[in-house]
Design a binder for this molecule. Sequence first.
Ligand code: FAD
Length: 345
Amino acid sequence: IPDEPDVKSIVKGNETSTFSGICVYAEHTDGALVPSVAEVIGAARQLTEGTGLPVSAVLLGSEIGHLTGELLELGVDEVWLVDSPNLQPYAEDAEARCMSELLAELKPAIVLGSGTRRGRSIFPRVAARLNTGLCADCISLSLDQDTGNLVVTRPAYGGSIVAKIVIPHQRPQMATIKEHVFRPASKVSAPSGTVRDMSSQIRVSKTVLEILEIVKGRADPANLLQADTIVAVGRGIKKAENLPLIYEFAGAIGASVGATRAAVDLGWIHPSHQIGQTGSIVKPRVYFACGISGALQHTVGMEEAETIVAINSDPNAPIFDLATYGIVGDLLEVIPAFMETLKAE
Ligand code: FAD
């Protein structure tokens, strides 16, 4: 891109003390903020509680001014708005360039976003352009009391450990948070924040992408995120032909059907059913783990369930360490027996 400004040079050499406050990336789609924005603002407000540090939100797009009110209601102190026809949906290259310039200009100490598909696309681009680092998919955040540096925890090495990372001196410090982990910000009764329209000060270049077609998917096709009860299936189901039993059981108790990555990778069930580190994070009241070993990459996605019922033929399966109720047995026998009992009652 020939006319791209050298944003790195703007930030380089700046004293870290000139950066302050926490800035949240206000992701939106189809004219509405995505639900995870409230979670990121909740995380930012929690971090700044009692510190006096401001929470700002960066809102970039075309004809998106109507979203500022909602951000202020969520307790944001200042909305940084860039409204430009060049910021079309999915023009993530243009958006990342615009956001880099805006952050270089307004200098927040910390920039937070959500680990959504869009967050994963925008944040690394911005971090690279600002010559700073990025901690992705964090599950907890705090501030070092002496330095104000961001301290995060996140799964590492494929989820086999949870790493605590102290982000060093560079500014801004950037992180994305895992969806559905942080409590969403509640609405404030009397919003007192303001809107700072930067549209005329920040140059927005056109995207180099050509969007040919936008094919809409359903947001949560497997209905996992709001499910009260989930029946999840793993490799222990043995073959796809046994899945109707799981659907019948789920149907009988009004549950949604989840799956491990193993079941997904084997092509037995659609990826939208996957629960875990690279799938959905769920918090149902009851979770049936059927033929699931309990690998950490799966359990990070379901360990918050209120009651976990594990059915596994191996008495030493790690899932039993987590389970509220454990049944050692062949799921192809246990589930039909369950259903017989249900019918009898
Ligand atoms: P297995 O580990 O093979 O377990 C099958 C279980 O079924 C066994 O415990 C066995 O005793 C039991 N069993 C067998 N027959 C029966 C029977 N007849 N009745 C009852 N029980 C029976 N996994 C996820 O689930 N979600 C993720 O998001 C995810 N992300 C990952 C990300 C990375 C980077 C990596 C490296 C891995 C990820 N994984 C994820 C994979 C994960 O490590 C495990 O491989 C996977 O969860 C195992 O799935 P499973 O429990 O179905 O299979």
